[in-house]
Write a protein that binds this ligand. Structure first.
Ligand code: AMP
Length: 397
């Protein structure tokens, strides 16, 4: 069975074609600059990448190009679109939809109705689904929501202490994001330590350009750092994470900012970029800090401290922890970040083998705990696309 996984952003569209008999990617790529030019990178394992600049007016053009490349006699991996059995779509926000599901008109209508709480990621995801439905009529489509895994949170974790009517009127509550990744790595960690997920207390740290930390208590999420939007929690590449909410109205008044301009400050000009003044990319921030840039050092210190604070709070909430794991771009690759977060956490049972942490292989599940540590600290590479493909397979089988 072959499943196409699509992750549509506002001007980009990522795709992966899976051969599910082997859980293996047979082609993948990225369409960029949709609506503002157009470019594509198409990759097949063991073959040279294909790159081209080509006009992509909209998501329909992007999907048409993807299908053309996948079936091309030179660059393709399948003979016809008919060989694709189903399409899985990454959708950041599912609102009240708590599980992956087959796309129907009513699912689409619901997703359209909640773009107000998901203005950045909702519209492009819907465009991606519509483009695929148009290009592959009748093909089963599945939506996999970043919010689903967090739907087990108790009310005391998802409610904000605002007037209750805003929850009732506008569904203002914590939803959490990166759920597909948190779900994947929590299951992988349980497999790795050979203990059923239902018997474990796990803290999953998904740290990348966007970052969130989740408490998984006996297989169920009981709390997560991101909130109504992916803005809450840790400082990120360009997002500020949790701040005193009154800062928003204060700055709007001081700087005469519109709501959109303020959103821009919070989403695109803050976080590592805003603090360091150097970059949103962790590698650049480390390089600047190593060269003596004090603001870059400060940005790293803030990120590390906030990660510690959230991990500590989840240990308190779960009354313990068996596994703390790191995943995503920073979690999987940034050894110094992992060391800094885990340093001076031995009171809580967390301590790592710092030498092994600095030398352990990348791209594999590894245990970096110190031999006598009460808590196991793991690095588990995430694979959201595989999880989406597996959900799609389960629903269309
Ligand atoms: P993601 O959003 O998961 O792709 O993660 C992107 C983030 O991971 C960026 O901040 C990168 O700088 C960071 N990253 C990727 N590789 C490394 C590395 N080798 N060392 C430090 N940070 C890295």
């Amino acid at each position: 069975m072959k499943i196409l996984v699509v992750n549509a952003g506002s001007s980009s569209l990522k795709y992966q074609l899976f051969d599910m008999d082997e859980n293996k990617v047979i082609a993948k790529g990225l369409c960029e600059k949709i609506g503002i030019g157009g470019a594509v990178t198409h990759k097949r394992p063991g073959k040279d990448d294909y790159k081209s600049e080509i006009e992509l007016k909209d998501h329909d053009d992007a999907i048409a190009l993807v299908l053309k490349l996948l079936t091309d006699s030179n660059l393709g991996v399948i003979k016809s679109v008919d060989e694709i059995d189903a399409v899985g779509h990454r959708v950041a926000h599912g609102g009240k939809l708590q599980e992956s599901m087959i796309v129907t008109d009513s699912v689409l209508r619901y997703l359209e109705s909640i773009v107000g709480i998901n203005p950045l990621h909702g519209p492009p995801a819907i465009k991606g689904i519509n483009a695929c439905r148009k290009a592959m009529p009748g093909k089963p489509m599945v939506t996999v929501f970043d919010t689903s895994f967090h739907s087990t949170m108790p009310e005391k974790s998802y409610i904000y202490a605002l007037p209750y009517e805003y929850y009732e009127k506008y569904q203002v509550r914590r939803y959490g994001f990166h759920g597909t990744s948190h779900r994947y790595v929590a299951h992988k960690a349980a497999e790795f330590v050979r203990v059923p997920l239902e018997q474990l207390l796990i803290i999953t740290c998904h740290c990348g350009n966007g970052s969130s930390i989740t408490a998984v208590d006996h297989g169920k999420v009981i709390n997560t750092a991101m909130g109504l939007t992916p803005q809450e929690g840790l400082p990120m590449g360009t997002r500020c994470g949790s701040i005193d909410p009154t800062i928003v109205t204060y700055l709007m008044k001081q700087e005469n900012l519109t709501p959109d301009q303020m959103d821009d400050v919070l989403n695109k000009k803050s976080g590592l970029l805003g603090l360091s003044g150097v970059s949103s990319d962790m590698r650049d921030v480390w390089a600047a800090a190593d060269a003596g840039n004090e603001r870059a050092k400060l940005a790293l210190d803030v990120l590390v401290q906030d990660a510690k604070k959230i991990i500590g709070s989840y240990i308190a909430e779960m009354n313990g922890v068996d596994i703390v794991l790191f995943t995503a771009g920073i979690g999987e690759n940034d050894r110094a970040f992992r060391a800094a977060v885990c340093r001076d956490m031995d009171y809580l049972g967390i301590s790592i083998d710092e030498d092994f942490n600095m030398s352990c292989p990348r791209g594999e599940n590894v245990d970096i705990s110190a031999p006598d540590a009460k808590v196991r600290t793991l690095v588990i590479p995430t694979d959201e696309e595989l999880m989406i493909a597996l959900d799609t397979l389960n629903l269309v089988k």
